[in-house]
Every structure is written in structure tokens, then in C-alpha cells.
Write a protein that binds this ligand. Structure first.
Ligand code: GLA
Length: 723
């Protein structure tokens, strides 16, 4: 619900309230974001005192208590006396870098707004508020967009800058979100890591100054995720105020939190200002990516439930929103580049005998791609490996009763490729420089002709047979970035234009192949963000398929992203990343914390393992809806090295529960533990197997006894139903 009353704007969701107010001078102040409160002007919380070295704008006259430096602002601009993190930095033709934003107008629209060419939450039932601010001297309007998805408890934001004046300006920084808190006792949680160990949570108190994470690698990155949480010091899974902010963007980003001198906190989130500079000609506009906000007073579990539901139902698009996904088998870890049609059909045959749904042919099927040194860019089938092309291969897979999927890496090119030999100027590369990553260069996706060429070739392949799935990969960071298509003064636009180009091609692919499932990937989880999820309903979580490491990666990922988005597979042992050996059962339980599938050659596995695969595939199919659409609870923190890692899925009506437990390395005389379940109906009785039913209150408070582990890394799944 949006309530507008003489410059006071209040946004209510079912459980949260957000408010801002244009003050007498037209400065838009942020008055509140938190648990839902009654309609009330909350600007009484803002106090005015004379602070030394906090300057005063001209209209303040002799009133030294009025300074932008201390006021909570809705969209802080630079240069006018607020020395904290800016949301907006403009450079005028005279070289000055000031922006002075004052309230101009507002409008309310039915439905949640969309952003042209950018990912965004959607929802006809939503509402949109646009508050327009202007910098009269610069001739710039800043339209602040707010999307309210009331039933989902999320609020989205974006900003659109419009140059209404007659001079060309430069946008040096334009955040998607600026959020001031009038308190300082907050922890910041970020999700950090590296290739093969992504999104590990890091939590710490905000100290005076700025703590920021971000990416300047061109993609959202393995190293930091464009999603952060600010929470009360004592907040935990089940209690305490938490506020999450995520960016729907897959390129360079920055999330920064500043604890200021007067013990307030400002959070900014948006495109990273490094190497960003957008030229805004008269009449031109620039739209930031969307940010999503979510708040919970009941701790991190509820925060995740709200985000998960909103992403599942209002970010992921049809036909995949809420739909079951195929159990797939991917040949990568089994074959790497070394395969031909017979080897693939052999793998598919044994996968089919295990009842798997979809066979994915990974890297190596195109051009002269026999290693990672050649072939990227040449999207035609390698006739030596696959005589007769997909036209010959795919019917053989389909005859086995399986669907077929394909790996692609459209954004990249090898120097050893026909594409590069014909168009060496199509790469993003500063003149006279050369930085390779995995032996490959990056195509300039900011250029339409480059995209058209690559897409034309891909479309021909995808149309040559029945392809039900595509894995869209990107396997290097961008460096020495420069576009031959832009003049020197506009090189600061390249990174963003590149991502817009990626989105454009993904959208085109979705349009042309509406029933094809696209899985995102970037050396595993290097581009696992809410922006990609708008185009690719699932993303390969990590190149690390070790079940025990995966428990950590998937745990960290779960704070923001729903289980149905996490690509997770059972792979062969010893694991290719860690050398660790874990049983088929445990690998299966870990992979069911995601889209579930296999990444191995099953023709060589033992009879016992075959039976385990048959069991777990049947189990996953039976419970996929509960796993994907139930409320997800983290029951333990795998980074604490406790004896068990546990999590739980509870159906929306609380009548079905799946609790999953994995033990760590064994030690002599292991303790006997009980597991306290969460989210049950205290008054319902739940039964597992033939055991006596127990009331929900008992299972949540007194707990469920766990079996004694025998050996390292055991796994159990307890499926309970209300009786
Ligand atoms: C990336 C992906 C892998 C695999 C390889 C192929 O690393 O994350 O799953 O597709 O590329 O080269």
C-alpha cells in the first residue's frame, strides 16, 4: 500500500513500513524502514543540532542546525555538504561535481514498474511510486522508483536520471539504493569467497568508517555477492531485526556501509563507480539496475523465506516459476573435452536406465574445441566428434526417453578460432594490451553486430534439433577493458553496456525458445545473482561438487537465493576439486539442496550405487515440490565445524517436513544428539516412517534423536507428515 500525503510517502507491505518525507526545503529525508507501524509522520525521529564542520546550504541562512551532513537522506548526492557515501555523483561541463536534489513531484502507478533492458521483479498486483527530484542548476531530474510487492514483503528501488537541460553531463556514480539508519549498533553480513568456494557468510559489527565489498571483474563475481544483510547485533536465525539488500545486476557492483561520526549508518548499493562514467546528453536518460529490500523482525530465517518466495514467484519468469525441473546428467566431469557421439550416447544410455530426465552435452562439442585453447566463438558442431551434428545425436538421446541440453559460452572467443581470425577487433581489449583468462578473450557484447553474429550462429544450432536446456557459461574476469565502438570519453560506459548486451541476448534467447530451460554459470557460481535469475531460473552454484564443501556454499547461498535456483549435482569420487570420498547417499542428500542431477559417467558405478541413484532420484521427484516451495530452515551453521550440518524444508501448510542431516568427520565416542526442528505447527502431530507420532511442539522443543554416525560424512533424511 502506498500512502502519499503532502510530501510524506509511506509504503506498507504486510509486515514492513518504509517512509520518506520532503522537508520544507524540498530535501527528501528518509524517515523509517522496519517492521510495519501505523500511518504516522515519522520525521519526528529526526533531530536538528548544530554540529561543528557540518556545513549548511544557502537557504538555511543562519540556522546552523540544518546540514545535509547529518540528515538521513533518501538519495544522497555529492558535493553539497554531506560527506558520507553518495548515491549520486554528477560532473557538470565546468568540471564541478555537485548535485543538489530537491523534491519536484510524484506519481503512483498501478502494477510494479518494469525497467527496459534490465532485470526486475514483476507483478501486476504490485504498486509503483515515483518520486521526482530535480537539480535545477544542472537541469537533471532524478526519478526514484519504488515497487511495492505487499504480500511478499519486498520493496524494490531504482533511479532514472533524465537530462532536461541543454548541456552534456557525466554521471560518475548512480547507486540503485541509499538507505540511512538512525542507529549504529548493526552487524553487516556479506557473502564472500573465491572460485570453488563461493558465498561464505562473513559477519561483523560496523565500526566507524566504511566497509565495502564489490566486484570490478565485469561479472558479479565469485569473490563477493551483490547481496548484504544489516542486522541487530544479537539477531539470529529466529529473532532480531534484519534488513537485506540485493542488487539485480550481474556486472561490477559495490555494496558499502558507513558508520558515520554521529553513529548513524548509511548503506549504498549499485553499479561500482570504478571505471564507470556515463555521458548524459541533453534529452538523454540513464536507469540504474534494480535493488530489492526486505526486512524481518523475526530473524534471518523469516528474512530468507520472504526473499525466497518473492524470487520464486515474482522474479523467475514463466514457464519455470514454481515448476519442477528435470533431473539432469552432465558429462563435463566425466569426459572433459575428450568425447565423441558414442561416448556421450553410452553415458546417456546408462543415465536413461537410471531414469534421469535430461542429458547435457557440456563444453567441447563445437569448432575445434579439443582443449580450452581453441574453438570458442565458432558455434558450429564439431563434425569429427559428432558426425551428422545435433540432427544425428539428439534423436538418439530422445529415443532413450531423455531430453537434450547444450553448454554454450557466447561471450567469449579463443584467438584460435575462425571468429577471431575474421574479427580480431571484436574483442574488448585496450589497444596494445593483452590479458588472457583461461586462454580466452572477451567479445564486445556492448556491440549489437557482435551479439547478432554470435546469436545467429547459436540460434541455428539450437534450431537444428530439439534442445530443451542451455547452460550459459562465462569463464573469465574482464581485464584491459576497452571498446573499439566507443570514443575515449565514453569508455566508462563499456562494462555496463556489456552487461546490457548480455541481458539483451538472454532475453532474445528466452523469446525465441520460450520452453527451453537456461541455467546460468560462470566457472560455477561467479555470476550467481538476482539479475541472472530473471533470465536463468537456475544457476550452477559452484565448480566445487564436493558434497561437504557444497553444504557450506549452499548454506551461504540460501540466505538470499531459493533452493530451486541452486544448480547442484552428484559427482564421482574421489572428488575432482578436493580429492575427498563421500558415499553416494551423502552426495545425493547434498545435491537435493538444489536442482539435483548428476555430473559423472554412471556406466561404471557399482550395483549398490545404482540402487542408491534409483532411490534418491525417486525420493527427489516425490519431494521436489516440498524442497522447492517449502520454507527453508538452516538448522545449523556448517562453518562452525559442529558434528552435524542440518537443514529443513516445511510445506506452506506445515503438514509436510523434510529434515536433512549430514555428519562431519567421525571421532571415537560420538555424542548422542537431538535435532530441534523448526517451523512446525505446535499443535499438529507428525509421524516419520512407522514411528509414534509426536506433536510439533515436542519436535521443536524436545527434538528428534539423531542416529549415531559410523564413519565419516553420513547423511539422513527424515520425512515427516502431519497425521
Ligand atoms: C566451467 C563450468 C563447468 C564446465 C566448464 C567447461 O568451469 O563451471 O561446469 O562447464 O566450464 O569448460
Amino acid at each position: 500500500m502506498i500512502v502519499c500525503d503532502k510530501g510524506l510517502f509511506t509504503l506498507h507491505t504486510n509486515n514492513t513500513t518504509y517512509q520518506m518525507k520532503a522537508d520544507a526545503r524540498g530535501v527528501l529525508l528518509h524517515t523509517y524502514y522496519g517492521p510495519r507501524v501505523a500511518d504516522c509522520d515519522l520525521s519526528y525521529r529526526i533531530r536538528y543540532v548544530d554540529r561543528g564542520f557540518s556545513p549548511n546550504p544557502e537557504e538555511a541562512g543562519e540556522d546552523r542546525t540544518y546540514s545535509l551532513d547529518v540528515l538521513p537522506q533518501e538519495y544522497a548526492a555529492c558535493g553539497m555538504g554531506d560527506f558520507r557515501l553518495p548515491a549520486l555523483e554528477l560532473e557538470l561541463p565546468d568540471g564541478s561535481r555537485c548535485a543538489d536534489l530537491r523534491y519536484k513531484s510524484f506519481r503512483v502507478e498501478a502494477g510494479k514498474y518494469a525497467l527496459e533492458g534490465l532485470p526486475a521483479f514483476w507483478g501486476e498486483e504490485g504498486e509503483t511510486l515515483v518520486v521526482v527530484l530535480e537539480d535545477a542548476a544542472a537541469g537533471v531530474d532524478v526519478e526514484l522508483y519504488y515497487g511495492v510487492l505487499e504480500d511478499y514483503d519486498v520493496i524494490t528501488r531504482a533511479a532514472r536520471l533524465v537530462n532536461r537541460g541543454g548541456q552534456t553531463l557525466k554521471v560518475r556514480q548512480a547507486a540503485s539504493l541509499c538507505l540511512d539508519f538512525q542507529r549504529e549498533d548493526l552487524d553487516l553480513i556479506t557473502f564472500d569467497g573465491k572460485h570453488v568456494l563461493e558465498r561464505c557468510p562473513n559477519r561483523g559489527p560496523l565500526l566507524p568508517g566504511v566497509r565495502s565489498v564489490g566486484s570490478v571483474r565485469g561479472g558479479s563475481s565469485h569473490q563477493h555477492n551483490p547481496f548484504v544483510i544489516l542486522c541487530e547485533r544479537g539477531a539470529g536465525e529466529d529473532h532480531g531485526l534484519c534488513c537485506a539488500a540485493g542488487l539485480l545486476y550481474s556486472g561490477n557492483f559495490q555494496a558499502a556501509a558507513e558508520r558515520s561520526q554521529f553513529e548513524h549508518v548509511r548503506l549504498t548499493l549499485g553499479i561500482h563507480p570504478w571505471h564507470f562514467c556515463w555521458t548524459l546528453a541533453p534529452g538523454g536518460s540513464f536507469t540504474t539496475p534494480e535493488a530489492v529490500l526486505c526486512c524481518s523482525k523475526q530473524g534471518l530465517s523469516v528474512l530468507s523465506h520472504r526473499l525466497h518466495r518473492a524470487m520464486r514467484e515474482r522474479l523467475i519468469r514463466d514457464p519455470w516459476a514454481g515448476q519442477p525441473r528435470p533431473v539432469l546428467i552432465n558429462n563435463w566431469e566425466a569426459t572433459l573435452f575428450d568425447f565423441d557421439a558414442e561416448r556421450l550416447v553410452n553415458i546417456a544410455q546408462s543415465a536413461a536406465s537410471l531414469g534421469l530426465d535430461l542429458f547435457v552435452m557440456d563444453d567441447g562439442w563445437f569448432g575445434r574445441r579439443n582443449s580450452d585453447t581453441a574453438g570458442l566463438g565458432d558455434w558450429t558442431v564439431n563434425g569429427e566428434k559428432l558426425p551428422g551434428g545435433l540432427e544425428a545425436l539428439v534423436p538418439r538421446i530422445r529415443d532413450l526417453g531423455m531430453r537434450f541440453g547444450l553448454w554454450v559460452e557466447p561471450e567469449m572467443v579463443n584467438e584460435d578460432s575462425e571468429l577471431y581470425r575474421q574479427h580480431p577487433d571484436w574483442v574488448l581489449q585496450a589497444p596494445g594490451r593483452m590479458v588472457r583468462g583461461r586462454q580466452q578473450l572477451v567479445l564486445d557484447f556492448s556491440r549489437r553486430e557482435v551479439r547478432n553474429h554470435v546469436y545467429g550462429a547459436l540460434k541455428a544450432v539450437l534450431s537444428s534439433a530439439e534442445v530443451s536446456y542451455v547452460k550459459w557459461d562465462v569463464n573469465r574476469s574482464l581485464a584491459a577493458v576497452w571498446s573499439a565502438a566507443l570514443p575515449p570519453e565514453r569508455q566508462g560506459e563499456v562494462y555496463h553496456r556489456y552487461i546490457l548486451g548480455v541481458y539483451d541476448m538472454l532475453e532474445q534467447m528466452r523469446r525465441d525458445f520460450p520452453h527451453m530451460l537456461i541455467e546460468g554459470c560462470s566457472g560455477g557460481g561467479g555470476r550467481f545473482d538476482a539479475g541472472m535469475l530473471y533470465y536463468t531460473p537456475q544457476i550452477w552454484c559452484s565448480d566445487n561438487t564436493d558434497a561437504m564443501d557444497r553444504l557450506r556454499i549452499q548454506y551461504g547461498t540460501s540466505f538470499c537465493y531459493p533452493v530451486c535456483t541452486m544448480g547442484a549435482h552428484v559427482s564421482a569420487v574421489p572428488n575432482a576439486q578436493t580429492g575427498r570420498t563421500v558415499s553416494m547417499e551423502t552426495r545425493g542428500v547434498a545435491a537435493m539442496h538444489g536442482t539435483f542431477g548428476y555430473e559423472m559417467d554412471p556406466s561404471g558405478i557399482s550395483q549398490e550405487e545404482r540402487e542408491a541413484v534409483l532411490r534418491q532420484t525417486a525420493f527427489f521427484r516425490e519431494h521436489q515440490d516440498l524442497i522447492f516451495r517449502g520454507d527453508y530452515y538452516r538448522l545449523s551453521d556448517p562453518f562452525q565445524n559442529g558434528p552435524y550440518t542440518a537443514w529443513e524444508h516445511v510445506s506452506p501448510d506445515k503438514r509436510e517436513v523434510l529434515a536433512c542431516v549430514v555428519s562431519g568427520p567421525i571421532q571415537g565416542g560420538p555424542p548422542l544428539r537431538t535435532l530441534q526442528l523448526k517451523g512446525l505447527d505446535p499443535d499438529l502431530c507428525y509421524q516419520a516412517g512407522g514411528k509414534n507420532p509426536l506433536p510439533g511442539s515436542v519436535l521443536m522443543e524436545a527434538g528428534w534423536p539423531l542416529p549415531l554416525p559410523w564413519g565419516d560424512y553420513q547423511a539422513w533424511q527424515f520425512y515427516l507428515t502431519a497425521v
